[in-house]
Ligand binder design. Structure first.
Ligand code: PGA
Length: 235
């Protein structure tokens, strides 16, 4: 299957893992990688752990020579100052290349609205962090200064009931038509190593965003392997 742009795999750990279990994941991944390194041509893997683990994990990734980049799960809407609990773009910039913005769990549990999300996108952009803007259906608005969006229907998140690749591809097409600035559309919602191939084979999709399937190194490695293999298989 020929793709002209990289296929993204964005692992979202959400509010899971202690420092100890995060380090264990990296050790497990390193063991798998040493046993069978994968040809990652055309595949970009981004891991979004808790912000708490970023300093440790960015050192480990270099030490273990793993082909992973990092993303934040969220970013402050404000530059810096009296915003208790917020982690700003400036703080994140040395550690991450990407950040999720507007994940449905942030919208639901932290009442994040479009005005606030636009501010988050602006802060990320100013600091050179690429926002991955999450929308839950084809009708939602994506800020003009976003190039990457993730389509994540709420009913598919954490339920084991993934959206079909065909439907996800159609929504991706609609989103791209409504937002010509978007170059990359990623699908998220119950993606696993067992169903990922169908998304890779859908040309209007440019990546996947697995949550649960990123928590075990073995399953995440298998998912990456499926993607890397599918990309190299001639159609
Ligand atoms: P899930 O989560 O893969 O566990 O469904 C995806 C997400 O919410 O990003």
């Amino acid at each position: 299957m020929v793709r002209t742009t990289p296929f993204f795999i964005i692992g979202n750990w959400k509010s899971n893992k202690t420092v100890e279990s995060a380090v264990q994941w990296f050790q497990d991944m390193q063991t798998l990688w040493r046993k069978e390194p994968l040809d990652m041509t055309g595949v970009t893997v981004i891991l979004c752990p808790s912000l708490l683990h970023l300093t440790t994990l960015t050192s480990l990734v270099k030490l273990f020579k793993l082909p992973l980049q990092f993303g934040a799960q969220d970013i402050s809407a404000n530059l810096s100052g009296a915003y208790t609990g917020d982690v700003s773009a400036e703080m994140l910039a040395p550690l991450v290349e990407y950040t999720l913005v507007g994940h449905s769990e942030r919208r639901k549990y932290h009442a994040e609205n479009e005005t606030e999300l636009q501010k988050k996108v602006d802060q990320a952009a100013k600091a050179g962090i690429e926002p991955v803007y999450c929308v839950q259906d084809a009708k939602m608005t994506i800020p003009d200064n976003c190039k990457i969006a993730a389509y994540e229907p709420v009913w598919a998140i954490g339920t084991g009931k993934a959206e079909t690749a065909e439907n996800a591809g159609q929504v991706a097409g609609q989103l791209k038509a409504r937002h010509p600035q978007i170059t990359t559309i990623i699908y998220g919602g119950s993606v696993t190593h067992e169903n990922v191939v169908s998304y890779v084979q859908t040309t209007s999709l440019d990546g996947v965003l697995p949550g649960g399937a990123s928590l075990e190194a073995q399953k995440f490695y298998e998912l990456i392997r499926q993607v890397a293999q599918t990309i190299r298989t001639p159609t």
